[in-house]
Design a protein around this ligand. Structure first.
Ligand code: GLC
Ligand code: CA
Length: 571
């Protein structure tokens, strides 16, 4: 195995709109990110992923791009972006942009030209099809946000264009070599600015099936989820290999793909040594309990489910594939709210969840606010919802017969707005995010949960994350924490997530001359105290979120939600 520059990195995702507003317009901006670079450096961050900051009408908060070569004035200027990349680099932080090329905005020049002349050159940039004989859409596909995946092509009765997401996000036709060239040119233009690489949005969608046809309806309205096209499409490898060869390999870029349909046995194809990407996100726990009916029918993911999903993914990835591990992102509810049961959610359990996820094999990705233990917001009414997909899901719940209250409760648990409320910097009005009115109201708990309070308290969630990051950088432990196999320990114990990071044998890495020390992480994911047996010599405590009770007769007492990280005495 060869070391790669990104193997040992810790990443942090910023949702720019909600990070820090420096000019009082209520919208976070690039200058806000520049201002907080010292904070991120101090935390120990190496890779910084920015959700999209390109020009956009913001129908899907920047994931609908109208110009791939410019920065949206809401976020700042290209000079700000250049400064951010340069300033981050000085602090040892590489910036990752978000690459959104499954679709663009319907306000992109390409789509406007396609509408002007669907038979012309730009018509080929999109999927434009005639409707059925009765004038309805070509297929019964439902887009990922709810609602049809086809909309009438403006100005051309009878013609439709495909959008697997919002109707303002027309899908780009990757079969067209000219379109692919346009995309590669843009990526390389950005790489030349000195980026570390890209997070690659919804990339599993770029290959469509050879023929378009209806799928078996999964909702009463006769629609079927558009995700079925992913199961049918063949040959995405051709596009992804070309993309890698033309854009990423020449720069030794770090790439993390948003792929949500991979089968376990396909992981090496995506991220093995010759894979399409460096990494892909592990969404197994996020996807637990899902249903095509909609969010109202999803099941919660309990700590035991989180453990089982995560262990399965770790096993599938093995030691040569580096998954990117998350407990939340801008599309998911807050991890602390999702995986920690109500009534048990406090700093101790948040730190326990942090340890459970951070010490896995792969690249840890923290999402802004996760490091201070931010939680889901309480939504009081439909009017408080901003996110397009949450609105679609609310509609689906009501159509399925939920009362308004039930629908609101169901979508609140999964709403993407949960993660998009302003970053909580301090206890001042609007959590110190803006001097104006925030574009989305802050979580009312900001007086208790904020960066300033976390910084002042040595026992805070933030300080625990700093310790985890430092542990991962410790020269004596680093190779184990980066390369060691994840092996579950006592996996049939309920609500216990314990695992070894196995010793890496000398020689497994070119420059490794000695076996590395084995590490054990043991996390009690429930409100009950327990005792677990400890393997021989596993006695040296590296980190714990609570004072360690004595280790006696080869057993370790774990308090409620206690996380302990150990290694062997002689290590
Ligand atoms: C990805 C993004 C999400 C966006 C969608 C369409 O899933 O993470 O925020 O809505 O793609 O671009
Ligand atoms: Ca601003």
């Amino acid at each position: 195995m060869k070391r790669k520059w990104w193997h040992d990195k810790t990443a942090y995702q910023i949702y720019p709109k909600s990070f820090l507003d420096t000019n009082g317009d209520g919208i976070g901006d690039l200058r806000g990110i520049i201002e907080k670079l010292p904070y991120l450096e101090d935390l120990g961050i190496d890779l910084l992923w920015l959700s999209p900051v390109y020009c956009s009408p913001m129908a899907d908060e920047g994931y609908d791009i109208s110009d791939y070569y410019s920065i949206d004035p809401r976020f700042g200027t290209m000079e700000d972006m250049d400064e951010l990349i340069a300033e981050a680099k000085k602090r040892g932080i590489a910036v990752l942009m978000d690459l959104v090329v499954n679709h663009c905005s319907d306000e992109h020049e390409w789509f406007k030209r396609a509408c002007a002349d669907p038979e012309g050159r730009y018509g080929e940039y999109f999927y434009i099809r005639d409707g059925r004989e009765d004038g309805t859409a070509p297929t019964n596909w439902r887009n990922y946000f709810g609602g049809p995946a086809w909309d009438p092509l403006p100005g051309h009765p009878g013609k439709y264009y495909l959008h697997v997401f919002h109707k303002k996000q027309p899908d780009l036709n990757w079969e067209n070599p000219e379109l692919r060239e346009e995309i590669y040119r843009n990526i390389n233009w950005w790489m030349e600015k000195g980026l570390g690489g890209f997070r690659i949005d919804a990339i599993c969608n770029i290959k469509k099936p050879a023929a378009f046809h209806d799928y078996e309806p999964d909702r009463e309205d006769g629609t079927a989820s558009v995700r079925h096209i992913l199961e049918e499409a063949e040959g995405i490898d051709v596009f992804l290999n070309e993309l890698k060869r033309r854009c990423f390999e020449p720069y030794d870029a770090f790439t993390v793909g948003e792929v949500f349909n991979e089968r376990a046995e396909e992981i090496p194809m995506f991220i093995g040594q010759d894979g399409f990407f460096c990494s892909i996100f592990d969404f197994t726990a996020n996807h637990y309990g899902r249903s095509d009916l909609g969010w109202y029918a999803w099941k919660p993911c309990l700590p035991g489910n989180y453990r089982d999903c995560t262990f399965a993914a770790q096993k599938a990835a093995g030691t040569e594939c580096f998954l990117s591990n998350i407990i939340e992102n801008h599309d998911e509810p807050r991890g602390a709210s999702r995986y920690i049961p109500d009534g048990e959610r406090d700093d101790t359990s948040k730190k326990a969840l942090a340890a459970a996820s951070f010490l896995l094999h792969g690249i840890p990705f923290l999402y802004q606010g996760q490091e201070i233990g931010m939680e889901n917001k309480r939504f009081g009414s439909y009017e408080e919802i901003s996110d397009v997909s949450t609105k679609g899901e609310y509609q689906a719940a009501v159509e399925a017969g939920c009362s308004k209250e039930e629908a609101l409760r169901a979508v609140s648990a999964f709403s993407r707005d949960n993660a998009r409320t302003p970053m909580q910097w301090d206890g001042s009005p609007h959590a110190g995010f803006t001097s104006g009115t925030p574009w989305l109201m802050e979580n009312e708990n900001y007086k208790r949960i904020n960066v300033e309070a976390n910084l002042q308290d040595p026992e805070s969630v933030l300080h625990f994350y700093r310790k985890l990051i430092r542990l991962k950088k410790d020269p004596a432990l680093k190779d184990t924490l980066v390369y060691g196999e994840t092996v579950p320990y006592l996996p049939s114990e309920e609500n216990l997530m314990a695992y070894f990071r196995k010793s890496v044998p000398a020689g497994w890495l070119d420059d490794l001359h000695e076996d590395t020390p084995e590490i054990l992480a043991a996390v009690n994911m429930c409100g009950k105290k327990r005792r677990i047996p400890l393997p021989e010599k596993m006695r040296k405590i590296l980190l714990s979120n609570l004072p360690v009770q004595e280790i006696r007769d080869g057993a370790l007492v774990l308090l409620p939600w206690q996380a302990v990280v150990l290694t062997k005495e002689d290590a």
